[in-house]
Design a protein around this ligand. Structure first.
Ligand code: FAD
Length: 320
């Protein structure tokens, strides 16, 4: 066995790092403060690229066994304009309570030790995104709930103002509704997310036949940020780079960078070499999402996005 690697955070990035490090013969100590399974604010959309990344760490069959929903179409609504397209390859919908628990279970089964408290300085930081220090007023918050009702095979994104709400099926016939909105809009509705959904007439119509299964969860303030020059530890997942969630690429990036970090730590690769690999993989979705968010803020997206073919928009936001 090479050595024991300490990983801070047992979410998708941390559990993937653990599996990759143990594959190379290392022991792993995972520090995770939460008890799994637990819900998490997330659109729970997995782009097709998740398959090779999960297969690499031996978790693809477990993912399929959780019976994720298949997502075959993409629908973008900009108020006046709507675009629908088939996905070139089907995507997946699986709750984070199921996904995070199955990955962590695999890591434990492979020999990872779990602790609630930090016992030594972590070599891998996979503790998720930092809470933004943005001043009140310009802050963004995320929210999510599961609904019952007729499922659909599309991932739907409703853009209104600089807010958006994503809808897609997850396992067991449930539907995830997850949004991101600026503080000013949410304050107008006293953070009553049911009322926020009514702000877009098309979205209000879409959720009419659905019944919410649990109280809304919310998170924030959110900040889209990269820490690609921190060479003090191997950062992975959102702790390395948090990209605008409309891209639906955060989970693929978490599994990918987590696996890279686990392998790099096991081999004692220099952190800058590891970061160079990540930079290549993450640059495209981060840059495209940045441009799109600026367009959204200026309301220019309503004019621009309908002109870009949906397949191209989808491809542009995938990590490599
Ligand atoms: C509104 C919203 C919607 C999203 N929708 C999608 C989507 O549809 N598809 C997609 O691919 N991505 C989506 N994302 C992004 C996705 O949720 C993240 O990219 C993903 O969670 C990153 O995984 P991670 O393991 O890096 O971090 P996390 O999932 O945040 O896991 C970090 C873990 O570290 C633990 N932890 C943190 N600090 C400590 C500590 N000090 N001690 C011990 N444990 C600690 C936490 O308990 C947690 O379990 C969305 C994000 C948001 C905010």
């Amino acid at each position: 066995m090479c050595k024991t690697i300490t990983i801070l955070g047992g979410g998708p990035a941390g559990a993937s790092a653990a599996l990759a490090a143990m594959e190379l013969g290392c022991g792993v100590m995972l520090i995770e403060k939460s008890k799994f399974p637990r819900h998490k604010v997330c659109g729970e959309f997995f782009s097709p690229e998740i398959e090779p990344d999960l297969a690499r760490i031996g978790a693809w069959q477990a993912f399929l066994s959780a019976a994720p929903a298949r997502i075959r179409r993409m629908k973008l609504n900009f108020g006046a304009a709507e675009k629908t397209a088939s996905l070139a390859e089907p995507a997946w919908g699986l709750s984070r309570s199921a996904f995070d628990a199955l990955l962590l279970q695999r890591a434990i089964a492979a020999g990872a030790k779990i602790s609630r408290e930090t016992t030594s300085v972590p070599q891998i930081i996979a503790s998720g995104r930092k809470v933004a220090a943005t001043a009140r007023g310009g802050r963004l918050f995320g929210f999510k709930a599961h609904f019952e009702g007729p499922p659909d095979d599309a991932v739907e994104l409703y853009f209104f103002g600089s807010a958006y709400v994503g809808i897609n099926a997850v396992e067991n016939g449930f539907t995830n509704v997850c949004g991101l909105a600026p503080e000013e809009l949410l304050r107008t509705f006293d953070f009553d997310f049911d009322r926020v959904l009514l702000e877009s007439p098309a979205l209000a119509e879409r959720v009419k036949p659905l019944t919410r299964r649990f109280d809304w969860l919310s998170t924030g303030p959110l900040e889209f940020k990269q820490h690609l020059s921190d060479t003090t530890a191997y950062r992975a997942g959102d702790a390395l780079s948090f990209v605008d969630p409309f891209t639906g690429s955060g989970l693929v990036a978490a599994v990918k960078t987590g696996s890279l970090a686990g392998a790099a730590a096991a081999r004692s690769d220099p952190v800058p070499d590891y970061l160079a690999q990540c930079r290549q993989s993450l640059r495209k979705p981060f840059e495209v999402a940045g441009v799109f968010r600026k367009a959204l803020k200026s309301r220019f997206a309503e004019t621009l996005a309908p002109l870009i073919p949906s397949r191209i928009l989808f491809a542009l936001t995938r990590p490599r």
